[in-house]
Design a protein around this ligand. Structure first.
Ligand code: CA
Length: 226
């Protein structure tokens, strides 16, 4: 599995890194919160080992950002010297999946990481994406908006899926065209007409639609609470 370790203590980080690498895992290491978050967002990991006391961005804030701002559901194991119940509860509140107090046995860390990845991979196919009033189920390709089912064409679904991969993020026309049409060139204005259909299908009773055209740039799925 691919593991990201976010840990500023060099001894602990090196021990973990060496152990996991020896066991055949692909490991990356970040020594502070910001570079950890950056790595977690820009690359794909199966699981993250997260220290709480980190320079720059602390582990709890990092975990919240990962869950709320980036909507990542990568499993997170918190590894920390903080052993109070309150600390543990806070970590779970922030979206951690498991918690282990230092000092720890390397084999236990690995066993827990394996368990997290196993549970997570079983869930992936039935994972629903929920943003505000929208529920998208990638397994059945169904969409609900404001509690009612919405029929969308296959291309509109692909466009929606792309937009939902980063709520509030603006996707360029080229990115969106590529996600729906692949290598084949869409006829001119196809994107615009599909986005128009998507927007019409996802317009609420109040007239609000989360599908936004960002002039001269592309489109985004706007979250009500930014
Ligand atoms: Ca630390």
């Amino acid at each position: 599995m691919r593991v990201l370790i976010i840990e500023d203590d060099l001894d602990i980080a090196t021990n973990l890194y060496d152990h996991l690498e020896l066991r055949g895992h692909q490991v990356d290491l970040a020594r502070d919160g910001l570079s950890g978050l950056h790595l977690a967002v820009s690359e794909k990991f199966d699981v993250i080992v997260l220290d709480l006391g980190l320079p720059g961005l602390g582990g709890l804030s990092l975990c919240s950002k990962l869950r709320q701002e980036v909507c990542s559901d990568v499993p997170v194991l918190v590894l920390t010297a903080r052993d109070l119940l309150d600390d543990k509860l806070k970590a779970f509140d922030c979206g951690a999946d498991d918690y282990l107090v230092k000092p720890f046995a390397l084999r236990e860390v690995e066993a827990r990481l394996n368990a997290l990845v196993r549970r997570h991979s079983g869930r992936v196919s039935d994972r629903r994406i929920i943003v505000d009033d929208l529920v998208y189920d990638p397994a059945s390709l169904t969409v609900q908006f404001e509690g009612r089912p919405v029929q969308l064409s296959r291309k509109c679904l692909r466009l929606l899926e792309t937009l939902l991969s980063g709520p509030n993020r603006v996707f360029s026309r080229a990115d969106l065209e590529h996600s729906a049409w692949g290598e084949e060139q869409p006829v001119s204005d196809s994107l615009r007409s599909h986005m128009h259909m998507l927007r019409r299908a996802l317009t609420g009773s109040s007239g609000f639609s989360p599908i936004e055209n960002v002039h001269g740039v592309g489109y985004r799925f706007a979250k009500r609470s930014a």
